[in-house]
Ligand binder design. Structure first.
Ligand SMILES: Nc1ncnc2c1ncn2[C@@H]1O[C@H](COP(=O)(O)OP(=O)(O)OP(=O)(O)O)[C@@H](O)[C@H]1O
Ligand SMILES: [Mg+2]
Length: 252
């Protein structure tokens, strides 16, 4: 069953069509990768789905109910929660307090909030960092904190916007493990990511955008062999490298 249904989503900024008649489903319990070149419309799609932008046209359904045009806080309250491409932790607060903010957003009492926050701290492998100030964290940990804070709101759909950008190879591997753990825990994920090897290893399905248009949808294997996707985004070199190595390396 689809947890998220996006139907004919179009978002225009003046004459620029950032998302152009995009439709796809995110099945419950799956990890869906959303990929495409810079400016393809991935973040715009996130902004529409999460209620930060009102789409020009199209409809969205979450957990069987229409969420088109609902404000962001209402979409989040229903369980569809996103992170931001540019991380924005509350810098002067500790890691723990940042995560607590997420838990309190869900309306938890103080004890429950702490329990939830501790659980999210572990899920995102931030144990030992609880008392650090968020502003001083290295990028990799800031990204994980952003994830933990979103998780603390107890989402059923977590939408990650480039949660692995700027991370080291080891940190990427950690993030992959974290995402696998979240999936096992029953969370559905929609993941925007440029690091293809990561997408390949976590996604059940991949949706490809190019200039706002969905140009392909399929299993990771189908996607890396799709001529349109190779031409628009991956490049022949990537496909060659995947055939050669098959491993998780940086896509740069
Ligand atoms: N608020 C906005 N106002 C005007 N144009 C916008 C706005 N947000 C995005 N755009 C434009 O819409 C297009 C899609 O941008 P978007 O940020 O969604 O791409 P993206 O796929 O997330 O790219 P990246 O991989 O670089 O993050 C771009 O041409 C961008 O300049
Ligand atoms: Mg983006």
């Amino acid at each position: 069953m689809a947890l998220l249904e996006v139907r004919n989503l179009t978002m225009k900024f003046g004459s620029l069509v950032a998302c152009n008649d995009v439709s796809f489903d995110v099945e419950k319990g799956s990890v869906v990768g959303l990929i495409g070149p810079n400016g393809a419309g991935k973040t715009t799609l996130f902004n529409c789905v999460s209620g930060f932008y009102k789409p020009t046209s199209g409809r969205m359904f979450f957990d069987g109910r229409e969420v088109t045009n609902l404000p962001a806080h209402e979409v989040a309250r229903r369980g569809a929660v996103r992170t931001f491409q540019v991380v924005r932790p509350l810098k002067e607060m500790t890691v723990m307090d940042n995560i607590l903010v997420g838990a309190f957003l869900r309306g938890a009492d103080a004890d429950t909030a702490r329990e939830v926050a501790e659980e999210c701290l572990c899920l995102c492998r931030l144990e030992g960092m609880a008392d650090n100030l968020a502003g001083g964290l290295p990028t990799g940990y800031k990204k994980r904190l952003e994830m933990a804070r979103a998780l603390a709101t107890k989402p059923s759909l977590l939408m990650l916007d480039e949660a692995m950008a700027g991370l080291t190879t080891t940190e990427i591997r950690d993030s992959i493990e974290i995402i696998r753990g979240l999936k096992k825990g029953g969370i559905t994920l929609l993941v925007v990511e440029h690091i293809m090897e990561a997408v390949m290893s976590i996604a059940d399905k991949v949706v490809v955008l190019d200039s706002g248009v969905k140009i392909a949808e399929g299993t990771p294997q189908q996607i890396v062999e799709d001529e349109k996707v190779i031409t628009a985004y991956l490049g022949a070199k990537f496909t060659e490298r995947m055939k050669r190595t098959g491993g998780v390396t940086r896509n740069d």
